[in-house]
Design a binder for this molecule. Structure first.
Ligand SMILES: NC(=O)c1ccc[n+]([C@@H]2O[C@H](COP(=O)([O-])OP(=O)(O)OC[C@H]3O[C@@H](n4cnc5c(N)ncnc54)[C@H](O)[C@@H]3O)[C@@H](O)[C@H]2O)c1
Length: 486
């Protein structure tokens, strides 16, 4: 099928502005994309209006193909999505390569990284792409259809909010944001600007296992589910006292831009790459890192929505570092014909009572156990099994969910059709999931069970938790002023 994409965002293909990373470069707040303006969004009128136009008209595709057509990577230039990549190494490499280079085979118009080495390497792969160290500069471009955000967690929300407000579709890595409030605002922005979004929890759309579990649970394979346990044995992202001394950042890293919206803290070698996860100032620990992948399954199968209570046990709270272990329980009230249900996360060697007697498949230590009044169902990324007696004569229910076409492919297909509903992990779905996961870290740091009012984003019994729900202060010029206008 030959398709022609008509973009409502005018292509300014000659605009190959290059903002090459320079060591020690200071964030140029005077040239911020978010100077106050008449639109009231903090977005320059020129860009804002283009964003609105894109939201209203979108770009259309002549002829609506079947899902199978959409699954094929577009090869005709007119079908390619014009992409900006923000954060180009680590997970970004997988985002570029997975699903047979589904993302890398689009038109990579611009790439951005604060690490000159990483940017340089990826620049060799995409020689035609403009290079940036500052994502705000990249996001000033009005010739991009969409961006992929794979930076550290503390930069997810600012990059995503600016992208949405300037009319770009967004693929953003889990856990979507650094705080509960940011996750909510990003979700609201996606709805307001009508952009196609997807959070990076690729297992949702890889193979069919999660879908078969959702069908089994919904078909009552283990009766009424009243508890779900998620077990992740490792304590991968644990932080404690920061190393002494303030060494200079490598000359190839623009640390000021890496810090981005966060109140400035001196460089430590343990932060970059990847280690930032272990420190609250930048990351969200093991729960924030892995929670969205596994909690996705009960969220989907039981349509959990937002919790009303959350408590989190762990070792004594460290002001900087994330804990070695957590046992976190969320309460979800009855909804949509579903009974009330609790979900408990265990990491760092913690397991539910009776875990070793549940008859888990040989060698399985990581995964999700749904506990129903008629049995238990174990699942991980790749397989699932109804345990015990209930499993003996278990027959899978008929398939009701189509097999996935791939997480990136699904998002790209939705972008081509300008249809946010075609992306299964759009922020409408994944925002509440990320909020819930992040709320677990809030309860731990607040040190008490929280009664949660999701509508007002407040723990009604614990005003002291507010400092962890939202971040009071951001450095100026990083897009977080958009928070105030949504
Ligand atoms: N979906 C998954 O399976 C999966 C797996 C791993 C990581 N992740 C997520 O991907 C994200 C990145 O994780 P990682 O392990 O690749 O981290 P990382 O620190 O190894 O890499 C992040 C990259 O982004 C760059 N970067 C950081 N801040 C930037 C900024 N402000 N502007 C531009 N570039 C910036 C870094 O220089 C680096 O190249 C995180 O949100 C993480 O949770 C998801």
């Amino acid at each position: 099928m030959t398709r022609q994409v008509q973009r409502s965002i005018p292509a300014a293909r000659s605009a190959q502005a290059v903002d090459a990373p320079a060591a020690g470069e200071t964030a140029p707040s005077a040239t911020s994309t978010l100077a106050p303006n008449a639109s009231g969004t903090g977005v320059p009128r020129r860009v804002f209006l283009q964003g609105v136009a894109a939201g209203a008209a979108g770009f259309w595709v002549a002829g609506r193909g079947a899902w199978a057509d959409e699954a094929k990577a577009a090869t005709a230039p007119a079908d390619k999505v014009r992409l900006g990549i923000i954060g180009v190494a680590g997970r970004a490499t997988e985002n570029l390569n997975e699903e047979d280079n589904a993302i890398a085979s689009q038109e990579i118009v611009a790439i951005c990284d604060v690490d000159a080495n990483n940017l340089g390497k990826v620049g060799e792969r995409f020689p035609g792409a403009a290079k940036y160290a500052d994502f705000r500069k990249l996001l000033e471009r009005n010739d991009l259809d969409a961006v992929v955000v794979s930076t550290a967690d503390h930069c997810h929300a600012p990059a995503t909010l600016i992208a949405l407000a300037t009319g770009k579709h967004v693929y953003c890595e889990k856990p979507l944001a650094h705080t509960v409030e940011e996750a909510r605002r990003v979700t609201e922005a996606a709805a307001k600007y009508k952009r196609v979004t997807q959070m990076g929890i690729q297992i949702h759309n890889t193979g069919g296992n999660y879908r078969r579990v959702v069908e089994a649970v919904r078909a009552g394979a283990i009766g009424t589910v009243n508890h779900v346990h998620v077990v992740f044995p490792s304590a991968k992202w644990t932080g404690g006292d920061l190393p002494a001394g303030d060494p200079p950042a490598p000359t190839t890293l623009n640390y000021d831009l890496w810090v981005g919206p966060q109140p400035f803290r001196p460089y430590k070698k343990v932060y970059h790459p990847a280690g930032w996860r272990s420190y609250w100032h930048w990351g969200t620990g093991t729960l924030g890192d892995m929670g969205c992948h596994f909690m996705d399954l009960p969220f989907w199968a039981l349509n959990l929505g937002r919790p009303t209570k959350v408590k989190s046990d762990g070792p004594p709270v460290h002001p900087d570092g994330a804990p070695e272990w957590l046992v976190t329980t969320w309460d979800f009230p009855a909804a949509g014909g579903r009974a009330p249900v609790q979900v408990t996360w265990h990491h760092g060697g913690k397991t539910p009572e009776g875990w070793s007697t549940w008859g888990l498949p040989q060698g399985k230590k990581t995964g999700v156990v749904f506990v129903g009044d008629k049995g238990k169902l174990f699942a991980d990324y790749n397989m699932h099994k109804v345990l015990g007696e209930a499993g003996a004569d278990y027959k899978a229910p008929p398939k009701t969910l189509p097999d996935p076409i791939g997480h990136h492919r699904e998002w790209l297909a939705a972008v081509r059709k300008n249809d946010p509903t075609m992306a299964n992990c759009n922020f409408d779905y994944s925002g509440p999931l990320a909020e819930t996961v992040l709320l677990g870290t809030v309860a731990y740091r607040a040190g008490k069970e929280l009664t949660w009012d999701a509508a007002s984003l407040k723990a009604t019994n614990a005003p002291e938790a507010d400092q962890f729900v939202r971040q009071g202060t951001y450095r100026k010029g990083w897009g977080m002023d958009v928070l105030q206008t949504l």
